[in-house]
Design a protein around this ligand. Structure first.
Ligand code: COA
Ligand code: MG
Length: 312
């Protein structure tokens, strides 16, 4: 698969209707910034927000942050104009389009084909990627087909609010546990969250978790990040700048994890040189499977180290 291996621990949403907020997002510590034309924008503000998005994309410096534009769903009257009116004049500044409420592979292929034409017409120098939100029942049952629909796809993103609505699951607040989680003997989002990571990994994509709505609840956010990280997610969306530091921290390997990864790496190099596959470290068996486990830790640590040299 050709998807780039971006470092996306945190992805900050910013409503495209709020130019002053977009300017702050462009300077934030988020690895990625997503200008939203969908649910954060009221229907009568859609057209004006496209113009704000174009101004922001063509005048602001987003540095090395990944820049996304979330268009409206393909079941609305707005999506095609979002692409025409923003990507045509400002596509050079967009890394990926985010497609909400992705219903199946045809939705992704429609956007990919549409982009073929807009990119050719506007003579854009590079291809724009697609990130598909999995947040409906139909998206969940079609995850595998969605994940392989086009080589423009870079990420699958979970959205718990819309998913709950689509599944008719009661949910008090987006991303937060409520009394139903206390009753259910498991993790209510396990099937879809695990399915997204498996489909993303099988197709060589990133897996990003959806946001946590209560932006004053740091410990709840941290817990949600840890659950997502434990399931294999690469990062998590944010809706407020104060969430970024927590998300970046939880999705970065700790010093202890990096030190362990280096020890395992060195021990297995020595073992291989001595003709052995398995060795013991601190009373634990280590073999080639551990090598594969620590590879991602070392890759991420290296990506974070090279990112810290970026200009802001
Ligand atoms: N991006 C950039 N800056 C943001 C921001 C965001 N997503 N959310 C808040 N800020 C800024 C505010 O402009 C404010 O800046 P200031 O101190 O210079 O005035 C500062 O952070 C503190 O904001 P605060 O007063 O705590 O929040 P608010 O009441 O202004 O906004 C929300 C709260 C939830 C409306 C706002 O965070 C928001 O719109 N988030 C994104 C929503 C979204 O895109 N949803 C779609 C995906 S689920
Ligand atoms: Mg949604």
């Amino acid at each position: 698969m050709s998807a780039p291996t971006r470092l996306v621990r945190s992805m900050l949403y910013v409503p495209a209707s709020r130019p002053e907020m977009i300017a702050k997002a462009a300077q934030s510590d988020a690895d990625a910034v997503c200008l939203d034309l969908e649910d954060a924008v009221a229907p009568d503000q859609k057209a004006a927000s496209r113009a704000h998005a174009v101004t922001a994309l063509t005048t602001l410096d987003f540095g090395s942050r990944t820049v996304l534009l979330r268009i409206n769903g393909l079941d609305t009257p707005w999506a095609y104009r979002d692409i025409v009116e923003v990507v045509e004049p400002a596509g050079r500044a967009i890394d990926c389009l985010m497609l909400p409420k992705t219903r199946g592979p045809d939705d992704v292929r429609f956007v990919a084909t549409f982009l073929d034409q807009v990119e050719a017409h506007a003579a854009l120098p590079r291809r724009i990627g697609i990130e598909a939100q999995i947040e409906t029942a139909s998206g969940f049952v079609a995850i595998r087909e969605i994940a392989t629909a086009t080589d423009r796809l870079e990420s699958l993103i979970f959205g718990s609010g819309d998913y709950a609505a689509s599944m008719r699951m009661p949910l008090a607040s987006i991303g937060e546990p409520d009394e139903h989680d206390a009753l259910y003997p498991g993790h209510r989002w396990h099937a879809v969250m695990h399915g997204i990571v498996a489909a993303a990994r099988a197709a060589g994509l990133l897996a990003i978790d959806g946001p946590y709505a209560d932006f004053t609840d740091d410990s709840g956010l941290e817990r949600a990040c840890r659950v997502a990280r434990g399931l294999g997610y690469d990062g998590k969306q944010c809706i407020h700048p104060r969430q970024i530091a927590i998300v970046n921290r939880v999705f970065s390997p700790t010093e202890a994890e990096v030190a362990w990864a280096r020890r395992v790496h060195a021990a297995l190099e020595d073992a291989t040189a001595a003709g052995r596959g398995a060795v013991a470290i601190d009373g634990k068996m280590i073999d080639a499977a551990n090598y594969r486990m620590i590879e991602e830790t070392l890759r991420r640590a290296e990506a974070i180290a090279s990112r810290s040299g970026r200009t802001r």
